[in-house]
Design a binder for this molecule. Structure first.
Ligand code: SAH
Ligand code: SF4
Length: 352
């Protein structure tokens, strides 16, 4: 049966059949994305026969929680099972009154960054728009979060390279940002890319789009090619060119992310080169000290090294150090590789 989750309004209209007035498809759209009903039979403002007719051909399919891992710092990592039995990860990070969802865009990732655990999986497949939106609907419901009211952010920084699944990412974004849909503010949804240049240019043209973060991760062309082999195709020089001309909205800044690898890209000279690269761009820089993992041949720099790097970059642009979240349950950046309970020592996992 066809899944309703992931459909836009015209597709819902088609699913209901041509004979029905347009307000019915709007009711369906709101019930699925705004009120988040848990089954098509529970759309209370639909007559009984319409509910039954809909349920014959369609289903409201959300990913299932296979396992939930709760970190000591409040971070929650959910291993979600998709229709075909594959799993992806969604991380929920509470920060005071706010929550940030870190969602996946692909099962695994085809980009071979040398410091990232997800890279070791390779690409299994793209997620559908319904599976991208479904991660939010499922994890919000699990935690009783109201998507249009609560202070919620989304970062597409889980498994996968979102810009290599751009059509589904854009479809999902439209539903997530639609006031009549899930209802997130465009200021609170960010997509992160390793720098797939032609796709960045495509995204720039979209009328409804998330904010953009770029994983810079190196200060020279050679260094970047070494740790992110894909940049042999998409050069640093061209990336900075695209960033300089990227059309930002009045309230918007680009974000650069920079994973600090001990002795590789973390010196003061690197920091000064980063300043040169970004200083004429309206941006901020987020530093992430490497989160280590099995099979990753890099080390984490000392907090003093990280601070020294930050001090230099901060003279030019706002620069923050991202605290690792959920390290004990493999929920932190670059650690998402479906690690199961048996593979983790410490941290608590609950099967659902
Ligand atoms: N594929 C996209 C989004 C997911 S990765 C991208 O690369 O931007 C999200 C962020 O985690 C990226 O900035 C990436 O550089 C960072 N990251 C990857 N592995 C990491 C690790 N082991 N420790 C810290 N950050 C890591
Ligand atoms: Fe893929 Fe991002 Fe990991 Fe690189 S850092 S392998 S692009 S998920």
């Amino acid at each position: 049966m066809t899944n309703i989750v992931g459909m836009d309004l015209p597709e819902m209209q088609a699913a209901l059949g041509a004979g029905l007035p347009a307000y019915r498809s709007r009711q369906l759209y709101e019930a699925v994305y705004k009120r988040r009903v848990d089954s098509l039979e529970n759309i209370s403002n639909f007559p009984k026969d319409l509910r039954a007719q809909l349920a014959e051909g369609y289903r409201l399919g959300l990913p299932e929680v296979q396992t939930r891992f709760d970190s000591v710092d409040g971070t929650q990592r959910c291993l979600l099972k998709l229709d075909d039995g594959k799993t992806v990860e969604t991380v929920l990070m509470p920060e005071g009154e706010r929550y940030t969802f870190c969602i996946s865009s692909q099962v695994g990732c085809p980009v071979n960054c040398q410091f990232c655990l997800t890279a070791l999986m390779g690409l299994e497949r793209n997620l559908t728009a319904g599976e991208i939106v479904g991660q939010i609907l499922k994890v919000a419901a699990l935690n009783g979060l109201e998507t249009s009211i609560d202070r919620l952010n989304i970062v597409m920084m889980g498994q996968g390279e979102p810009l290599l699944n751009l059509p589904n990412v854009i479809r999902a974004t439209r539903i997530l940002l639609d006031e009549d849909g899930v209802g997130f503010s465009p200021k609170r949804v960010t997509v992160s890319t390793s720098g797939i240049l032609p796709k960045m240019l495509e995204l720039a043209k979209e009328p409804v789009r998330p904010k953009l973060a770029i994983s810079l991760n190196a200060s020279t062309e050679e260094q970047r090619q070494e740790i992110m082999p894909i940049t042999r195709k998409y050069h640093l020089k061209d990336l900075m060119e695209v960033c300089r001309s990227y059309p930002l909205r009045s309230w918007e800044k680009l974000t650069f992310e920079y994973v600090l690898l001990k002795g590789v890209n973390d010196t003061d000279a690197d920091a000064r080169r980063v300043v040169k690269l970004v200083s004429n761009i309206n941006c901020k820089v987020n530093l992430i000290a490497l989160n280590p993992g099995p099979g990753i041949d890099f080390e984490t720099p000392t907090p003093e090294r990280v601070e020294s790097f930050q001090t230099i970059v901060q003279r030019a642009v706002p620069c923050f150090v991202r605290k690792p979240r959920g390290l004990d349950v493999y929920a932190a950046c670059g650690q998402l590789k479906r690690m199961e309970l048996t593979q983790i020592s410490g941290g608590s996992g609950t099967s659902a």
